[in-house]
Design a protein around this ligand. Structure first.
Ligand code: ATP
Ligand code: ZN
Length: 285
């Protein structure tokens, strides 16, 4: 049987969530410290632990079949890889920032400036798309100190909370790109590896749906049942069971997190009582 080689970041901001995703898919492997690879014990897969920046290259070359990286790294490395799935974690943005005291009226203010970044490709395209000519200085780390040491008048770097910018006297002025963790794949996957990948994706989709939905149980007086059932979307239609108490029923359903609070309010207003909301671990549609 073939083995799907899955590359994940060895140590960094993506590592923990990537491994958690694989584990939640029910795939077990020994994750000894310092190991470069590890074979799964209950699934035809092998984990490769690599530097995130190297993963697109390895996937493009077929050394790894799939990999989990930030979409920002996928775009910057511009390798021949396919985007298989957005994974919804490690969300961050690649933004332009300038010294806090400086006035900013729009992108034209960056015309002719020096901008330090670790993302010259993404930034270069953004500037070109917006008809801004600026000099890009590629540096590999500590980009946020570039203005204070006189290397550049602006930076383009990853931001999540903005606290690093703040402590370096910078302010965010433009979002260049919004990123999240993605699964990428090699373009020429064999049929047998494609089958393994399909199994993995089936599990990932079940997890993603589960995270977006909640299981809800409530008690309803029978004379409001119809109203309450109409409020609940559910996968098909809600389950309704009689309660031991005369004139009451228990209603079970699944609701999406986006409409969650609205639905709860409407249910209460319609007479629902004892509302319980529980997380769903896996959801197979
Ligand atoms: P190195 O390669 O030296 O380990 P790196 O900056 O490439 O450093 P990390 O800092 O671990 O690696 O970030 C990995 C990815 O996690 C980034 O490419 C980005 O997609 C995402 N990321 C970075 N910073 C944040 C953040 N503050 N919050 C959420 N996601 C982030
Ligand atoms: Zn990196």
């Amino acid at each position: 049987m073939d083995t799907l080689r899955i590359a994940v970041q060895k140590s960094g901001r993506l590592s923990e969530s990537s491994l958690e995703l694989i584990k939640e898919c029910g795939i077990d492997f020994n994750n000894g410290t310092g190991k470069l690879k590890s074979e799964a014990t209950n699934f035809p897969a092998e984990m490769l632990f690599l530097r995130d920046d190297d993963i697109p290259g390895y996937v493009a070359d077929g050394v790894a079949d799939v990999g989990i990286i930030g979409e920002n790294v996928m775009l910057e490395k511009a390798q021949n890889v396919e985007l298989i799935e957005k994974l919804g974690f490690s969300k961050c943005r690649l933004s332009l920032a300038i010294p806090r005291g400086q006035e900013y009226n729009g992108l034209q203010d960056l015309q002719g400036k020096d901008i330090a970044t670790s993302y010259p490709k993404i930034l270069g395209k953004f500037l070109a798309d917006n008809h801004v000519q600026a000099r890009i200085h590629e540096i590999s780390g500590s980009v946020e100190i570039a203005p204070s040491i006189g290397l550049a008048q602006a930076i383009c770097d990853i931001v999540s909370s903005g606290s690093t910018l703040m402590s370096n006297g910078l302010k965010e002025v433009e979002v260049v790109f919004r990123s999240e963790a993605v699964m990428i794949g090699t373009p020429n996957l064999s049929e047998s590896k494609k089958n393994i990948l399909q199994k993995l994706l089936f599990r990932i989709h079940a997890l993603q749906s589960a995270k977006k939905n909640k299981y809800i149980l409530l008690n309803a007086p029978n004379d409001s049942l119809e109203t309450i059932i109409n409020i609940l979307p559910g996968m098909k239609s809600p389950t309704v069971l009689p309660l031991a108490m005369e004139g009451w029923s228990s209603v079970h359903s699944v609701i999406h997190e986006d409409y969650f609070w609205d639905i709860i309010e409407n249910l209460k207003a319609a007479g629902a009582e004892g509302i319980l909301v529980v997380p769903i671990q896996k959801m197979i549609k």
